[in-house]
Design a protein around this ligand. Structure first.
Ligand code: PMP
Length: 360
């Protein structure tokens, strides 16, 4: 109808068509207010209702316990790499597990503020897996343990939630939020940039257990202060209103299709189709170790960078876009986030089969 493509980008990524249609329909006059959400004061009644509803829906679909606060913060997930050590600092040391690019960046950013202990790493095997529990060396005195749940570039995911005893577990869930159920109560903090499974870029969601909220050091920038943001319902300053609005719409849509359980079923079906094909093929090489494969980012390549480039170009001609792998890995990456329809993955596999026949 709209001549849309299947966009396999790692983020920003696809949004549900019904959500885009609602944005369009409400663009000139949101709910009888005579203006768009973009033009509205963040202190106005209609916008406060949007923000509250976005939070309520998130709490419902993720089953967030009462003793957790939800913050809508700006600066994407990357700004949280600094916010975490600044706000959670007590003893002044934290454990970081390196399982890929973003967890490594997060650990280096934290090291500007606190002592960082690398509690586990899969760097030696080119981040082909997420470290197992028995590979972790955890410090019982650490202020927190940080992991990146889904590794967007390397296509891996923690298949388990690390046990950290009394030490709060902090997880970056940017590239897997709402893709399958997650037991929030196992975590001290969950955070995510919204531009993969939820909304336009420029915002991060932080879900934090309330006993971890305390006044950070005096020099803490206002915009990084979790306690201030929690006390002000994420409205200390002008928030990312548009992103909050689309978050609300996407969550309404998610709820209408049956919530996270149904989304997980759909995601598994997509991932099974793609990995199933990869496993049968002698032409394509899958990137991640099978026991920790991501349902969201599927890494693969042929044995030749020239063929990889030909693959990506041919895919684009068929409306299958942004399949080029991240520059650190080369090859291909298909990001099949929540809002990638099953048909997109079917078309991709059809194309992969045809390309193999022609070039194998
Ligand atoms: N963490 C993960 C797992 C990511 O995939 C990304 C972005 N791709 C980031 C953090 C950084 O997010 P942002 O661009 O929102 O700062």
């Amino acid at each position: 109808q709209y001549d849309r493509v299947y966009n396999f980008s790692a983020g920003p990524s696809m949004l549900p068509v019904p959500v885009l249609e609602r944005c369009r329909d409400e663009m000139l006059n949101y709910n009888g207010t005579g203006m768009s959400v973009m033009e509205m004061s963040h202190r106005s009644k209609p916008f406060i209702a949007i923000s509250k509803r976005a939070e309520t829906l998130l709490r419902e679909v993720m089953e967030i316990p009462e003793n957790y606060k939800v913050l809508f913060m700006q600066g994407g997930a990357s700004l949280q790499f600094a916010a975490l050590p600044i706000n959670l600092r007590c003893n002044g040391a934290a454990d970081y597990v390196r399982s890929g690019n973003f967890s490594t960046i997060a650990s280096k950013e934290a090291a500007k503020f606190i002592k960082v202990n690398i509690a586990g790493s899969s760097e030696a095997t080119a981040f082909d897996h997420t470290p197992l529990q028995e590979e972790l060396t955890l410090d019982p005195q650490a202020d927190y343990v940080h992991i990146c749940m889904n590794n967007t570039i390397y296509g891996t995911k923690f298949p388990y939630i690390p046990k950290t005893g009394k030490v709060p577990l902090v997880a970056d869930i940017s590239s897997c939020i709402l893709s399958e159920p997650i037991d929030v109560s196992r975590f001290g903090v969950l955070y995510a940039g919204v531009q993969k499974n939820l909304a336009p870029a420029g915002m991060a969601i932080v879900i934090i257990r309330d006993d971890l909220l305390h006044e950070p050091a005096a020099e803490t920038p206002l915009m990084l202060n979790y306690k201030l943001m929690a006390d002000k319902d994420s409205m200390y300053n002008t928030p990312n209103c548009w992103s909050i609005y689309v978050t609300m719409l996407v969550l309404e849509y998610l709820q209408s299709i049956g919530g996270v359980d149904e989304m997980a079923r759909r995601n598994k079906k997509k991932a099974d189709l793609l990995y199933g094909f990869l496993d049968e093929s002698a032409f394509y090489i899958a990137g991640a170790r099978p026991d920790c494969r991501s349902m969201m980012n599927v890494i693969f390549r042929t044995d030749s960078p020239d063929l990889d480039a030909k693959f990506v170009a041919g895919a684009a001609e068929r409306g299958l876009l942004t399949l080029k792998g991240h520059r650190v890995l080369g090859g291909m990456r298909a990001s099949i986030y929540n809002n990638m329809p099953y048909e997109g993955v079917e078309l991709l596999v059809d194309y992969m089969r045809a390309f193999e026949k022609e070039n194998g």
